[in-house]
Design a protein around this ligand. Structure first.
Ligand code: NAD
Length: 352
C-alpha cells in the first residue's frame, strides 16, 4: 500500500472535564480579554445570565437571541450590542445555533471566541459557518471563525433532553461516517472518526436509560468533539449536502434531519465505499446502512422524513436542488437515485 496524505491539526485550545466551565474566567484572562459578551439562545437565557454573573467584572453583558441557521439580522444586532458594550471577546454557551452566532460575530469583528458546547453538533471545532439571509442559507469556511478556546463540560449536558441527545449524537456520527470516505481523509481523521463513533455508540443507549449518567455524558461529549473535529478537517459529501438542502430550503430541524437521513445516505454510499465504511459495520453491526438504522431505532430516533412535515412533492424539489451543483461523492449520483433515496427516508423504511 502506498500511503500518501496531508494533515493539518487545529490551533484551537480544547479543555475537557467535569466542572471545566467553572474556570471560564481563567480562559477569558488567558486569551488577554476582560470584557466578555455571553451568548445564548432565549431558551438558555438563564444559564447565560448565571454564567455572566459568575464572571463578575470579566463580563459586560449577555445577548440571548441566538437563532438556528444564524440569520444575518440577528448577527448584526449582536455585533451592535458587542460594540456598544465594548466587548473584547464572546463566550458562547449552547448548541450549534449559539456557536454559529459567535462565529458570525468573529467573522465581522475578529473578536476571540470561547465556546462552551451543550449539544453534540460539533460546530465549535470547525471553521465552517452557515448563515441565512432572505431565506437562503450559504456556507463558508474561514480560519477567522474558528473558536480559540472550547470548554467541554459534560455536567452542562446532563439536562440535554433525551430526544435531543439522540438526534444530536446521530448528527455527530454523520460527520464521522462521511469523514471515512472523504476524498481528503487521512489516517488521523479516520482514527478520530472511528473513535468518535464508537464513543457515541456506547454512550447513547446509556443516556437514553439514565440521562444523568455522568460517565456516559462525558463519553458522548468526547465522541462529539472527535466527530466535530473531522467535520472541520475533511470534505463532506452526499449526506451533508442533502441535510443542508432539507434544512435550508424546507426548514426541517437540523439534528432530526441528520438522524433520519444518516442510514439512507450511508447505505447508498456503502455500495461504492464499502472498504472505507467497514468500521461503521463493525461498530453498529450488519451493513453500514442497516447497522445505523437499527441503532437509530434502538435509541428512539425519529426515522421518517414524513414525520418532519415534508410532503412527497417536496422530495421532487429536494432531489433537484441537491443534485444541482456537482460535488465529490464516492457513488455517482443523479436526480432519480437521490429521489429514490429520499422516498425511502420519507417512508422510514430499512435501507439496503
Ligand atoms: P441548537 O443549538 O439550535 O439547540 C436547540 C435548542 O436546544 C436550543 O433552544 C438550545 O438553547 C437548546 N439546548 C442546547 N443545549 C441544551 C441543553 N444542554 N439543555 C437544554 N437545552 C439545550 O441545536 P444544534 O443541533 O446544537 O445546532 C444546530 C445548528 O448548528 C444549525 O444551525 C446547524 O446548521 C449548526 N451547525 C453548524 C456546524 C458547523 O460546523 N458550522 C456544525 C453542526 C451544526
Amino acid at each position: 500500500m502506498s500511503l500518501s496524505f496531508t494533515y493539518q491539526g487545529s490551533p484551537a485550545q480544547i479543555v475537557f472535564g467535569s466542572g471545566a466551565s467553572k474556570r471560564v474566567g481563567e480562559w477569558v484572562e488567558k486569551i488577554g480579554a476582560s470584557r466578555a459578551l455571553v451568548l445564548t439562545t432565549s431558551h438558555q437565557k438563564a444559564e447565560g445570565e448565571a454564567l455572566a454573573a459568575s464572571l463578575g467584572k470579566l463580563a459586560v453583558g449577555t445577548y440571548a437571541d441566538a437563532t438556528m441557521h444564524t440569520p444575518v439580522d440577528v448577527t448584526e444586532e449582536a455585533v451592535a450590542r458587542a460594540t456598544e458594550l465594548g466587548a473584547d471577546c464572546v463566550v458562547a454557551l449552547g448548541g450549534g445555533s449559539t456557536t454559529g452566532l459567535g462565529k458570525a460575530i468573529a467573522l465581522r469583528t475578529d473578536l476571540p471566541q470561547i465556546v462552551i458546547p451543550t449539544t453534540y453538533a460539533g460546530s465549535e471545532v470547525t471553521s465552517i459557518l452557515g448563515q441565512t439571509e432572505n431565506g437562503e442559507k450559504t456556507t463558508l469556511r474561514s480560519p477567522r471563525v474558528l473558536p480559540e478556546v472550547v470548554i467541554y463540560d459534560p455536567d452542562l449536558t446532563l439536562g440535554l433532553p433525551v430526544a435531543m441527545s439522540v438526534t444530536s449524537g446521530l448528527n455527530a456520527i454523520a460527520h464521522a461516517a462521511e469523514a471515512l470516505y472523504a476524498p481528503d481523509a487521512n489516517p488521523i481523521t479516520s482514527l478520530m472518526a472511528i473513535e468518535g463513533m464508537r464513543a457515541l455508540k456506547e454512550a447513547l443507549p446509556v443516556i437514553v436509560a439514565t440521562p444523568t449518567d455522568g460517565d456516559a455524558r462525558a463519553k458522548a461529549l468526547y465522541g462529539a468533539w472527535l466527530c466535530g473535529t473531522v467535520l472541520g478537517q475533511v470534505a463532506m459529501s452526499l449526506h451533508h449536502k442533502i441535510c443542508h438542502t432539507l434544512g435550508g430550503s424546507f426548514d426541517t430541524p437540523h439534528a432530526e434531519t441528520h438522524a433520519i437521513m444518516l442510514p439512507h445516505t450511508i447505505g447508498f454510499n456503502a455500495e461504492a465505499a464499502g472498504d472505507a465504511l467497514a468500521p461503521v459495520g463493525e461498530i453498529f453491526g450488519g451493513t453500514p446502512g442497516q447497522g445505523l438504522y437499527e441503532f437509530a431505532k434502538s435509541v428512539g430516533s425519529p426515522l421518517a422524513l414524513k414525520d418532519l412535515g415534508l410532503t412527497e412533492a417536496d422530495l421532487d424539489r429536494a432531489a433537484e436542488i441537491a443534485t444541482r451543483n456537482p460535488y465529490a461523492n464516492p457513488r455517482p449520483i443523479d436526480q432519480a437515485s437521490i429521489r429514490a433515496l429520499l422516498q425511502d427516508a420519507w417512508e422510514g423504511s430499512r435501507p439496503p
